[in-house]
Write a protein that binds this ligand. Structure first.
Ligand SMILES: NC(=O)c1ccc[n+]([C@@H]2O[C@H](COP(=O)([O-])OP(=O)(O)OC[C@H]3O[C@@H](n4cnc5c(N)ncnc54)[C@H](O)[C@@H]3O)[C@@H](O)[C@H]2O)c1
Length: 331
């Protein structure tokens, strides 16, 4: 199989690439990333790769991992890069609520036009499957657990742009028969997240730097935290399962944990491994952030056979130890 992973130098991308190489050792994986967040060194941590440009882009099957440094807004490169590709996993995005509030137009260009470029490229090159990374953000403020039947009401430009990506995936399946699958990820955490500003990665970085842990609001806001290995397994299932095209799936754990609980658990790991902990400081609640959020994953369980294996405690410990190994390789 030949895969193309947009955003493949990012957090979820590198975890996915590592897993794809385990599932199919003879596969070819083409990464498209503009290196605004993920870097070459992030990809190097999981795979040996060859860097390719427009000139040496082969159009047929290939083996190993290739990196094409490109912006997904580039329609021409998208069309060329998708030649000979069987499966596209579209992860590249302007991620997060806060950047989208700062620059809604840029968020739209990357998340809407960028997605359209790769859907068009997938369709015209005859790709067999297109997996789209969405999130809970399209749904906006809802009474949890959130599920696939809810009417989306985004409260941030990021939610709006991801909803638009979902809409194009649905339309490309129904208009052209392109086999798209939409996965709405919960709050993903795990190894290789050192560049992330999401709560788990941020708290661990503060702990390592001996800094206080900032909580926006009262700490009782909840999220559905999913360990990255479980998330990546859901992506692999989405590629493999027949008869799921055009479908949306919530990919999370069906469990609600508060941000305060995460801070406490990480502090207890800090006491265990570092013999210290970090004080918690409370700051003003941030705009556009939903208060409670967790996902009903029964559709993914039933149709994909998706069962998350990690509980929060075990996942946080594995993540904490990965961060620790960056500063002390004996961990
Ligand atoms: N991490 C989470 O908790 C989470 C939750 C819900 C949804 N998602 C979605 O999953 C996907 C992957 O998230 P992640 O956490 O790995 O993010 P990430 O920021 O670590 O990775 C995204 C990668 O995309 C690249 N990129 C950004 N803009 C690009 C552009 N215009 N052209 C080419 N490459 C570009 C970045 O350089 C980065 O390497 C995103 O679509 C995100 O919205 C993530």
């Amino acid at each position: 199989m030949n895969y193309l992973v947009t955003g493949g130098c990012g957090f979820i991308g590198v975890n996915l690439i590592r897993r794809l190489q385990q599932v199919d050792q003879a596969c070819g994986i083409r990464v498209v990333d503009n290196l605004t967040v993920g870097m070459r060194e992030d990809l190097t941590a999981v795979a040996e790769f060859t860097e390719i440009g427009e000139k040496n882009l082969n159009e047929g099957p290939f083996n190993g991992v290739q990196l094409m440094v490109a912006d997904i807004q580039d329609q021409r490169l998208a069309a060329k890069g998708c030649k000979g590709i069987d499966v596209i996993v579209h992860l590249a995005a302007n991620t997060g609520v806060i950047p989208s509030i700062k620059e809604p137009r840029y968020d739209c260009m990357v998340n809407v036009i960028g997605t359209l470029n790769y859907l068009e490229a997938a369709r015209t090159n005859g790709a067999k499957c297109f997996v789209f990374a969405s999130s809970g953000a399209p749904l906006g403020e809802q009474v949890p657990p959130i599920h696939e039947e809810m009417v989306p009401r985004p409260i941030s430009p990021y939610g709006a742009s991801k909803l638009s990506g979902e809409a194009y995936c649905s339309a490309f399946y129904r208009s052209f028969g392109l086999e798209t699958v939409i996965l709405r990820f919960g709050n993903v955490y795990g190894p290789h997240s050192k560049r992330k500003g999401s709560v788990v990665a941020k708290f661990i970085k503060h702990i390592m730097a001996e800094e206080p842990l900032p909580i926006y609001g009262d700490g009782n806001q909840t999220r559905d935290f999913i360990y990255v290995d479980d998330l990546v397994e859901a992506i692999v299932l989405a590629m493999e399962k027949p008869n799921i095209s055009g479908e949306i799936f919530q990919i999370a754990t069906f469990r609600e944990h508060t941000v305060g609980e995460v801070a406490e658990e990480l502090n207890s790991l800090a006491r265990k491994y570092l013999g210290r902990s970090s004080p918690i400081v409370y700051r003003d609640k941030r705009k556009g952030e939903v208060r409670r959020n967790f996902s009903d994953i029964r559709k993914a369980q039933k149709m994909l056979g998706f069962v998350p294996k990690y509980d929060l405690k075990r996942g946080l410990e594995k993540t904490f130890l990965w961060f620790l190994s960056l500063i002390n390789p004996t961990f």
